[in-house]
Design a protein around this ligand. Sequence first.
Ligand code: SF4
Length: 284
Amino acid sequence: MRHNRGVSSTETIAKAPVAEQSPVRAVLAEAEGLARAAADELGEGEVGAHLGVHAEPDSAGVAATHRFAAELRGYRGWEWAVVVAAAPDTDRVTVSETVLLPGPDALISPSWVPWEERVRAGDLGAGDLLPPPENDPRLAPGYLASDDPAIEEAALDIGLGRRQVLSREGRLDAAQRWYDGEYGPAAAATLHCGTCGYYLPLAGALRAAFGVCGNEMSADGQVVHTEYGCGAHSDTVMAEVAATPVSEMAYDDTQLELVQLPAQPTEVTPPSPENLAAEPPQGE
Ligand code: SF4
């Protein structure tokens, strides 16, 4: 943005035509040529079509802005805004400001986001540095009572504490995050972590509701809520089922194959000696 000497903000000028209510004084509306000449004088490139004129808000009719299409490479959709002014008791118009502003369809860069707000959970890797925000409410100096007996105990044991410890707010923050996270209470679970042999309870105040899963087949190493649960719970028992489910033994008589069997030989009664004697000899 160039030649903006602080009369109107980008937002004000860009939105002014929409909110335009007050009429433009004739003497200011007729100063299109003066405004165009002022934009030309910058020598930045061709000044395009006149896009309109509107009264400057809160100027009591003293100032108006003429807008021209800016024919500049790389500034598609931008406009020259030339503010002209004339005192109430005179027809003498002067140029107050010439500024290049984005129009409604201009291609502009996204809003600036401070770098510390760009880092998201999970973005940090080993070796990356991210100092805590100044006056982070989640941390409390180590010499203050931390409101967590386990932290106090550990500090006493070794004769000194950490320079900073999690404050009550920090612990509540973490507990809420874990509760709402992937390993929070699971309504569908029939067996819960709190009764699982793989469950390692946290120390301190968070012990009441959270622990770490130590089952490599499940949420290994993750903080889980006592009411989370999974199918790898240590008390899980597989129900014994028949090798072939009974329901699969359906008899479908529409699929019978009819097979033609060969004819069986009829039973022959062996001749008795009396019958043989009664029979005439062969060839007679
Ligand atoms: S194995 Fe499953 S039930 Fe057991 S602690 Fe891990 S996640 Fe919880």
